[in-house]
Design a binder for this molecule. Sequence first.
Ligand code: PNS
Length: 165
Amino acid sequence: MSSRIAVVPGSFDPPTLGHLDVIRRAARLYDQLHVLVVHNPGKEAMLPIAQRLSLLEQSVAEDDMGDAEVIVASWSVGLLVDYATEVGAGVLVKGIRSQVDVAYETPMAIVNRHLAHVETVFLLPDPAHALVSSSLVRQVAALGGDVSPFVPPAVARFLDGGARR
Ligand code: PNS
């Protein structure tokens, strides 16, 4: 299993500038990066998985990912570590904004290591994005606010178009 291949999993509902910051920085640490949209049954979704995939693909294409190969995919048929094992990834990369994120992520990291010897690497966010979350963006978008300071341009274009429809 290569540690040069990593997975960045998440709900990405919608992708935010915080997500893109983590993806961009992970792309400088690994040769191949799988940005994986995973359905989280604990969260009520705003966007269908296919829409999140499309927004992530556009956001990655419009950004500078350096020399890494960035693959955008989704996974809904089993454990996250099954996907990681299938693509030969030894690492999951997650962004950690606060102690709340640490408490949420720590048990998952331990379980994933026990399940498949897959390590989790935590990246601290750029302070500019430390308070941005998909749930806040969903709330601002639902109430007709401007989400462009918090999301990649492709997501802003999509959500703004939705607001005007
Ligand atoms: O962006 P989110 O909602 O915080 O992402 C959470 C996610 C999707 C990464 C998490 O729910 C997850 O890892 N789901 C995969 C299911 C799984 O493998 N569970 C067992 C080990 S934790």
